[in-house]
Design a protein around this ligand. Structure first.
Ligand SMILES: Nc1ncnc2c1ncn2[C@@H]1O[C@H](COP(=O)(O)OP(=O)(O)OP(=O)(O)O)[C@@H](O)[C@H]1O
Length: 305
C-alpha cells in the first residue's frame, strides 16, 4: 500500500520548472531512493512531501493526508533529517533529544534510540564537539524521535568517511526493519544500490526512470559489458559488423591492453561468438560483466551524479 503519493508535482522559480510533473508513490516499508545530479530538483520534491514547500501544480499525499493543509498531522507521522542541518553549538545531545521530543504528541523514549544509534555515551556532549558521524546519527535520532511512520533523509551520508557511511547504511536498514518507510535523497550510487528497494532517477525536474536498482541497470542501453582480447585486430569493416550485432550499443576498438569492449546485452553473446568464428578471430580473456549503476545513471541522465 502506498504511504507517499506524489502526482504531477510542479514547482516553478523565476519562470523555470525546477520540479516538472514529478509522479511516484512509495509503498509502506520501502526504502525509496531519489537519485539525481546536483540541482535536479530532489530537495524541492521531498520538501513538497514534507509540506515545507507548496507545489504550484499536482498533489502530494502522506498516509492520505495533504502535507500543507494537514501540516500538523503530517508532522506527527513524518520525521525529517534535513540537508545541511545545524543545531545550536552549545546544545547537548540530551537537550536536543528533549527539545525535539517536546514537538510530538506521542514521542519515542530516546534512551533505546541513543543505545541503538551509539550515542548513549555522548548525552552530555555539546553539538559542536560531536564528530561528523555522531552529528549524522543525532539527526537520525531526531528524525525518529516522533515515532514516525515515514522518515525523509536528505543527503544523509554526505561528508562521512566510508566507514561511518557504512555504519549509517546499517542503521537505515534497521530503521526500515522496524517498520518505518524511508524516503532517501542521495547522489551516491553505491548508497542507492545498496539500500534502496526502488529508485526514482530525477533529472532536470523530471523522473527519467523509476525501478529497482537492478531494473535501472537493465534499462540502460548496453547494460552488459563484453570484453576480450582478439587474436588479431579487427579491420574497420569487421568492427562495423560487430557494431551491427543485436543489442550492441557501442564498440570500443582494442586499447593499449589489447582488449576490445562491447556495450551490449546478454543476447549479444551467442551471435558474437558466431561472428568471431566466421571471421577467424579467437577471443582471449573474454569477460562478461554487468554495467554499474553509475554507468546506468550516466546513460539515463546523460551526466554524472
Ligand atoms: N527557493 C528557491 N528559489 C529559487 N530557486 C530555487 C529555490 N529552491 C531551489 N531552487 C533551484 O531549483 C533547482 C533545484 O534545486 P534542489 O535543491 O531541489 O535540487 P537538488 O536536486 O536537491 O540538488 P542538490 O543535489 O545540489 O541538493 C536548483 O537549480 C535551485 O537553484
Amino acid at each position: 500500500m502506498a504511504i507517499i503519493e506524489v502526482n504531477g508535482v510542479r514547482k516553478t522559480y523565476a519562470g523555470r520548472n525546477v520540479v516538472d510533473g514529478v509522479t511516484f508513490s512509495v509503498d509502506e516499508g520501502e526504502i525509496f531512493g531519489i537519485l539525481g545530479p546536483n540541482g535536479a530538483g530532489k530537495t524541492t520534491t521531498v520538501e513538497c512531501v514534507e509540506g515545507l514547500r507548496i507545489p504550484d501544480a499536482g498533489t502530494v499525499r502522506v498516509a492520505g493526508l495533504d502535507p500543507v493543509a494537514d501540516h500538523d498531522r503530517v508532522t506527527q507521522l513524518l520525521g525529517a533529517q534535513l540537508q545541511e542541518s545545524e543545531l545550536q553549538a552549545k546544545l547537548t545531545v540530551r537537550e536536543a533529544l528533549e527539545l525535539y521530543r517536546s514537538f510530538y504528541r506521542a514521542p519515542a523514549d530516546w534512551r533505546p534510540l541513543v543505545e541503538r544509534l551509539g550515542l548513549a555515551d555522548r548525552l552530555t556532549t555539546r553539538f559542536a564537539k560531536l564528530s561528523g558521524g555522531q552529528k549524522q546519527r543525532l539527526f537520525i535520532a531526531l528524525a525518529l524521535i516522533g515515532n514516525p511512520k515515514v522518515v525523509v533523509l536528505d543527503e544523509l551520508t554526505t561528508g562521512l568517511d566510508p566507514r561511518a557511511r557504512r555504519d549509517t547504511w546499517k542503521l537505515i536498514e534497521e530503521v526500515r526493519d522496524g517498520g518505518v518507510t524511508v524516503l532517501l535523497v542521495t547522489h551516491f550510487m553505491e548508497e542507492a544500490q545498496r539500500l534502496c528497494d526502488r529508485i526514482a532517477v530525477i533529472d532536470r525536474g523530471r523522473v527519467v526512470a523509476l525501478d529497482t536498482p537492478a531494473g535501472l541497470i537493465r534499462q540502460a542501453t548496453g547494460s552488459t559489458v563484453l570484453s576480450f582480447v582478439p587474436s588479431r585486430p579487427p579491420a574497420a569493416p569487421e568492427l562495423t559488423r560487430l557494431a551491427a550485432l543485436p543489442g550492441v550499443a557501442s564498440v570500443t576498438p582494442p586499447d593499449a591492453s589489447g582488449a576490445l569492449v562491447l556495450h551490449a546485452t546478454d543476447d549479444t553473446v551467442t551471435p558474437l561468438v558466431a561472428l568471431l568464428a566466421e571471421l577467424g578471430i579467437t577471443a582471449q580473456r573474454l569477460r562478461i560483466t554487468e554495467t554499474s549503476l553509475d554507468e546506468a545513471f550516466l546513460d539515463l541522465t546523460g551526466q554524472d551524479a
